[in-house]
Design a binder for this molecule. Structure first.
Ligand SMILES: Cc1ncc(COP(=O)(O)O)c(C=O)c1O
Length: 395
């Protein structure tokens, strides 16, 4: 959570005092207005607000018609929710290496394609854009869909377009740790009418046909789904957070740029460190400066010295459920609450690529072991950035 305050309190207070904060038919229409504003900003054609990023990912997969018998390629470095969204729809996550930017390695994706591959999920971890030009070209060549996990990249961009709006569908998270937050929350966007209609039906299974006129103009037949609907309280907070987002991002990017300039050789100011590359440094959310070392030992020595001098860093190999080796449910293949619903046991998924092993993505483990993240604050002033840069340059 970066910034929140009285404006959000006022917005929620207004919604509560209206005594009418159910999403559908509510007089405040906070969620609908948030969706309109999110679409206007990002250029997405359709948007649905949901309870979480996971909800948005699984609704997008359902929207694409993905299920048993299908494979979805996910990067080896992402929060476990990305892979669990795939098993939640009965499909199999196939795990691919990340490239030097710590986003999905398109060359490894190509190696892992099979006749069962229905989608590939680039994930913008820490707001880092993936190589979407190469991935889009591959998708055109082989005919798979792209589902963008932009959960850590609210407001991030790639070559001038908003992350999440470039593939067939995109998912955002607004949980406590994200660029903007409603405590918990998420949104799915798509430009595809069928994906939208199926996600609409799935994410609000019981209420979609009961409340309001949500099914007006909807061609897809009703099917059973789940309940990921949010209230206007979430919408009210998100509308205020959306007003803050450009400022949060520009302050993060400005501070990350200055810190890079002062500490990294490629910054041009004589810094000695090496920044991990980016597929679009201007679109990157700026939440993190990823320093890259030649070895894990060097990286640890840097981390320890910086900590002694009062600058904390994170080595991503330490980030638990963000690394495939720690995805217990996936690695041990318990994909559902009942064996009959477990994608790893389904007849339709026999022969698909789910022979997971801890050493299957060595390049990812190596890169994660020799990268140190300096987490950026949008609220630092130049003096603070100078102090941090001095520490980094002396480690
Ligand atoms: C990359 C990524 N994907 C998906 C999710 C799931 O989002 P949520 O926690 O809102 O369900 C997260 C959340 O931390 C995430 O970081």
């Amino acid at each position: 959570m970066y910034r929140i305050g009285q404006e959000e309190i006022n917005a929620v207070g207004r919604a509560i005092l209206s005594r009418d904060f159910f999403k559908i038919n509510g007089s405040g229409r906070e969620v609908y207005n948030f969706e309109e504003e999110w679409k206007q900003l990002t250029g997405a054609k359709y948007a649905l607000t949901m309870t979480s990023g996971f909800a948005a990912l699984s609704s997008a997969l359902i929207g694409m018609g993905i299920g048993p018998g299908d494979e979805v390629i996910v990067p080896a470095y992402t929060y476990i929710a990305s892979a669990l969204a795939v098993t939640s729809v009965g499909a199999i996550p196939v795990i691919a290496e990340v490239d030097d930017t710590l986003t999905i390695d398109v060359a490894d994706v190509e190696k892992k394609l099979s006749p069962h591959t229905k989608a590939v999920m680039p994930v913008y971890i820490q707001g880092f854009p993936a190589d979407l030009d190469a991935l889009t070209a591959l998708a055109k060549k082989y005919g798979f869909k792209i589902i963008e996990d932009a959960c850590q990249a609210d407001g991030g961009m790639y070559h001038g377009r908003y992350l999440g709006t470039i593939g067939d569908a995109g998912a955002f998270s607004f949980n406590y740790f994200k660029v903007i937050t409603s405590g918990e929350g998420g949104a799915m966007v798509t430009g595809d009418r069928t994906i939208y209609e199926r996600a609409l039906i799935y994410h609000d299974a019981s209420a979609v046909a009961f409340f309001g006129d949500q099914l007006n103009g909807i061609d897809q037949p009703l099917f059973g789904g789940t309940e990921f609907r949010v209230s206007d309280l979430t919408g009210a907070i998100l509308r205020e957070q959306l007003k803050r987002m450009p400022g949060i991002l520009s302050d993060l990017r400005r501070n990350r740029t200055l810190l890079t300039k002062l500490t990294c050789a490629e910054g041009g100011a004589g810094g000695k460190h090496c920044k991990a590359p980016s597929h679009d440094i201007d679109g990157d959310c700026g939440t993190t400066l990823p320093l890259r070392f030649d070895s894990a030992e060097e990286c640890r020595a840097f981390q320890q010295k910086a900590a002694e001098k009062g600058v904390g860093t994170t080595v991503p190999i330490d980030t638990g459920k963000h690394i495939y080796t720690n995805w217990t449910q996936i690695m041990e293949k318990r994909g559902a609450l009942h064996p009959a619903m477990d994608p790893f046991l389904m007849e339709a998924n026999k022969g698909l690529q789910h022979n997971y092993s801890a050493d299957m993505c060595p390049r990812t483990l190596d890169l994660l072991s020799r990268t140190a993240y300096v987490m950026i604050s949008p609220d630092w002033d130049e003096a603070e950035i100078g102090r941090i840069a001095d520490v980094i340059n002396n480690c």
